[in-house]
Design a protein around this ligand. Structure first.
Ligand SMILES: Cc1cc2nc3c(=O)[nH]c(=O)nc-3n(C[C@H](O)[C@H](O)[C@H](O)COP(=O)(O)OP(=O)(O)OC[C@H]3O[C@@H](n4cnc5c(N)ncnc54)[C@H](O)[C@@H]3O)c2cc1C
Length: 490
């Protein structure tokens, strides 16, 4: 039984279906996922001048000494094969004279980003979801929200889920794959779609699984700042193509922060933008792509170009207003190389997991790769799992939507103000107090008619509790964790 239909969940389903029947539960439609939104691409050492050793080195440098070296090696060695597997499912990647055309992103020492224009995730999700749809051994349950992991004598034996229009149901299974993606909705500004509500962290925490590294939250430096449109990511590839960052006075301010300018690692660019906005008391900074001509922009960045046009921004003429926003969770449910969690029968892969490959900071375009590599490995490992246990439906405590809105807004405010790019001990303690209070309020509020939105609020609270606890416990500034009370990162 799989929870989630992004790249991790569907990759696992396709592998496991060679050995038995697989069910995929997904809370929206099959393609509603972070995967579908991924723009830049997938990292793999497939170029002539590249090697897995170089990819490994770059990943370890990004992870700032906290990567699990065995996991990184496994990831980078499996990468070329994972790309071939996607191609075998019909995924189309940009090519040049028959060879894959490889992009470059911050932190990579070689061109190694396999992509489909600026909509790689959409293409990958299309290919895997079509393969899943045509596989007779996989059943997909859309609009089905996993509400609880079924536990029997310490083993995970299935999932309780709410099927829209039908209510709570029990799905027993020999093994359960948690592939529920990210947790961006705990912040006010995020690149993640609305399904990213930390459900996997909530489910795993309730079942007692080991969770780690949640304090390493990646903020993307350049997302569109617009009052009417949700945070929309302006890919790093735009800076790779020479886009420059300017403050409201037109000054190229990255000169003041890092010699690598706009192509410094993401966390440094994000921190620099935040500092610049604070310095000038502005709501945003600007990304200048006016040196590029329309044909190149529409060819390389068709989605971004079209989206900006709808709000009257022409990339070849106008500066794009941008702000940093939450983007990716490096931590999650701890797994081994086969995706096994600390709970027998429970596997995890993709953004919800903590395989150790990202350490303190994720190298760009390693996450789609991680989702695939570890989900495939888990699909082989789970073959011999057998579970006898069953479970019975337990009531799910849902509060009213009005209260859920209030609680979610308070949580987002405290996370954004106190657990963002730059943290302080006082801010973290304040966030911990607010979250504890909100959890208490949620638990004491009376039962209301079932609402997924409300249950998600509880998962967001449990996820945020883990982020803050990790940030308080981290006593040095490393990778994505930056506490100004601890001094400067070299
Ligand atoms: C805008 C954007 C751009 C990105 N660009 C890149 C990139 O270029 N390269 C890269 O490597 N990474 C990129 N990423 C990150 C990458 O997309 C994700 O880390 C990756 O897709 C995660 O895959 P996943 O399968 O773990 O989760 P997801 O793709 O998010 O899938 C999670 C699934 O779980 C379902 N789900 C969640 N909770 C429940 C529940 N309780 N019950 C049932 N179903 C549930 C969701 O509906 C969804 O189907 C980007 C992310 C974003 C948001």
């Amino acid at each position: 039984m799989v929870i989630g239909s992004g790249l991790a969940g569907l990759t696992f389903a396709l592998g496991a279906a060679s050995h038995g029947k697989v069910g995929v539960l997904t809370k929206g439609e099959i393609t509603e996922s972070n995967t579908t939104w991924a723009q830049g691409g997938i990292a793999a050492a497939v170029g002539e001048a590249d090697s897995w050793e170089l990819h490994e080195r770059d990943t370890l440098i990004a992870g700032a000494g906290l990567c699990d070296e065995a996991a990184v090696r496994f990831l980078v060695q499996q990468a070329p094969e994972a790309i071939s597997w996607l191609q075998s499912l019909g995924a189309r990647f940009d090519s040049d004279g028959g060879d894959l055309s490889l992009g470059r992103e911050g932190g990579h020492s070689r061109n190694r980003i396999v992509h489909h224009a600026d909509r790689t995730g959409w293409e990958v999700e299309r290919a895997v979801s079509e393969a899943v749809r045509s596989n007779p051994d996989i059943s997909v349950f859309e609009n089905t929200f996993a509400t609880r992991l079924l536990m029997d004598e310490g083993r995970c034996v299935g999932v309780q889920a709410h099927i829209e229009g039908m209510g709570e149901r029990i799905f027993t299974a020999n093994s359960v794959m948690l592939a529920s993606g990210g947790c961006g909705k705990m912040y006010q500004h995020t690149t993640n779609p609305s399904v990213a509500t930390a459900d996997g962290i909530g489910l795993a925490a309730a079942a007692g699984a080991q969770i780690a590294n949640m304090e390493f939250m990646q903020f993307h430096p350049t997302t569109l700042f617009h009052t009417q449109m949700r945070s929309f990511l302006i890919s790093e590839a735009v800076r790779g193509a020479g886009g420059t960052l300017r403050n409201h006075l037109g000054r190229r301010f990255m000169y003041d922060y890092d010699t690598r300018l706009e192509l410094a690692p993401r966390d440094i660019v994000a921190r620099s933008i935040e500092a610049e906005m604070k310095k000038h008391q502005t709501w945003c900074v600007y990304l200048d792509t006016t040196h590029l001509l329309e044909p190149q922009l529409t060819h390389e960045f068709p989605t971004i170009y079209e989206r900006l046009q709808t709000i009257g921004v022409e990339m070849e003429k106008d500066w794009i207003p941008v702000v940093p926003a939450q983007h990716y969770s490096c931590g999650g449910v701890v797994t081994d190389l086969q995706g096994r969690t600390s709970i027998p029968g429970l596997y995890a892969a993709g953004e919800v997991s903590c395989t150790g490959v990202h350490g303190a900071n994720r190298l760009a375009s390693n996450s789609l790769l991680e989702a695939m590599v570890f989900a495939r490995s888990a699909s082989y490992a789970c073959v011999n799992e057998r579970a006898e246990g069953t479970g019975k439906i337990e009531p799910i405590h849902a509060i009213s939507e009005a209260e859920a809105i209030r609680i979610r807004r308070s949580l987002q405010k405290t996370m954004t103000e106190n657990v963002g790019i730059v943290r302080t001990f006082d801010g973290l303690q304040k966030a911990a107090r607010v979250i504890k209070t909100l959890i208490g309020e949620y638990d004491r509020l009376p039962n209301a008619p079932y609402s997924q939105y409300a249950v998600e609020a509880k998962n967001l609270l449990l996820g945020a509790e883990n982020v803050v606890a990790g940030a308080i416990a981290r006593t040095e500034n490393v990778g994505l964790h930056y506490n100004s009370d601890l001094g400067i990162i070299e």
